[in-house]
Ligand binder design. Sequence first.
Ligand SMILES: [Zn+2]
Ligand SMILES: [Zn+2]
Length: 433
Amino acid sequence: MRRLVLFAAFAVALPVLAQPVALDARIERAVAEVAPRVVEYRRHVHQNPELSNRETETAAFVARHLRGLGIDVRTGVARTGVVGTLRGGRPGPTVALRADMDALPVTEQVDLPFASTARAVYNGLDVGVMHACGHDAHVGILMGVAEVLAAMRDDLPGTVVFLFQPAEEGAPAGEAPAGAEQMVAEDALAGVDGVFGLHVTSQYEVGELVTRPGGMMASADDLRIVVHGKQTHGAMPWGGVDPISTSALIVTGLQTIVSRQVDLTQSPAVVTIGRIDGGVRSNIVPDSVLMVGTIRSLDADVRAELHARIRRTVTSIAESQGATAEVAIAGEYGYPVTSNDPTLLDRMAPTLRAVAGDGLDLDATPVLGAEDFSYFANEVPGLFLWLGIRTPGASDQAFPANHSPLFRIDEDALPLGVRALTQLAVDFLEGEG
Ligand SMILES: [Zn+2]
Ligand SMILES: [Zn+2]
């Protein structure tokens, strides 16, 4: 921090210097200069939201911007993703920075001059489309970062890869794998030594930058169980096999996995059955029952253990009733745990302290929501950050949670996002932190 402040003061006093200034001071100045444009980029993307795997205009907007900066661009990665490669003037490692581009099937209720009025068809339904998760801010921030880094390319000791990915919120039915998983499959991380990303959240205030070592966001796996019994008259259940009473035992049995079998000091865990379908009337025992749910954890080993125990519990209980059960674990939101590499976090902590000062918190409470940044961080050391977007002092009601139709962002939060990603990239390349 000291080095940064000294050079920043120097730069303000002497804006035109014959000697090259340290990159830190140039970043500080360049971020202030790019900040108004980041707001413009964010607003443009906000007003023109596109659903997962449909981000064609957003991708074109990003690609045009990167090409204009002289950055090599690959488009059509994982359908609509954009990968930009900026080669620095000096040799060195390669760092990747990630932004997600997709919006949600949510009808915006925020009163803004650039509010979304977009509509689209989602799963056969006509829906409003809104950047209710703040990915518009992520795109704007990373476009700003690209601008800052491109201007200092001659002095960069290595390569920066910009990952603008589609479908973080999950691909439409039949289009998985998608998003980060598919970007990795299409070699977006070729040669990359480390990856950084951030997510805006109304959980924290403007100026706050929050992360933690290890599991920060959960793995999320869809669970689908079909219990097969044998249909019979409801007055003579002994004539068949009842999948409804079997399902009830299974729901109860599943809860004992979390409460009795998993070491909860290692990781929290959740198994939720969110839907049960079976039967048509009071006096018929049906042939089968469908149950769907979600499985969450913050540790890869616990995740694997949960899966194995769920399979065992479901099939054994079904067998005990004379029924059979199919268990499928996967699906739309089957993301791994988003886990921050502790060594990388240690190394970059001084950088984070320098950009966020007292706003830095390295002891974030983990959340059981999921993020497909995990696919990148499973390939190379990764670090994911929460960026606070709530106006300091404002109430929770004034800044509803991500995915709300009332989700909004205090744009004063954006420069810290630009500074954090830029400085992380530069310090990573310089082997500092
Ligand atoms: Zn989201
Ligand atoms: Zn999101």
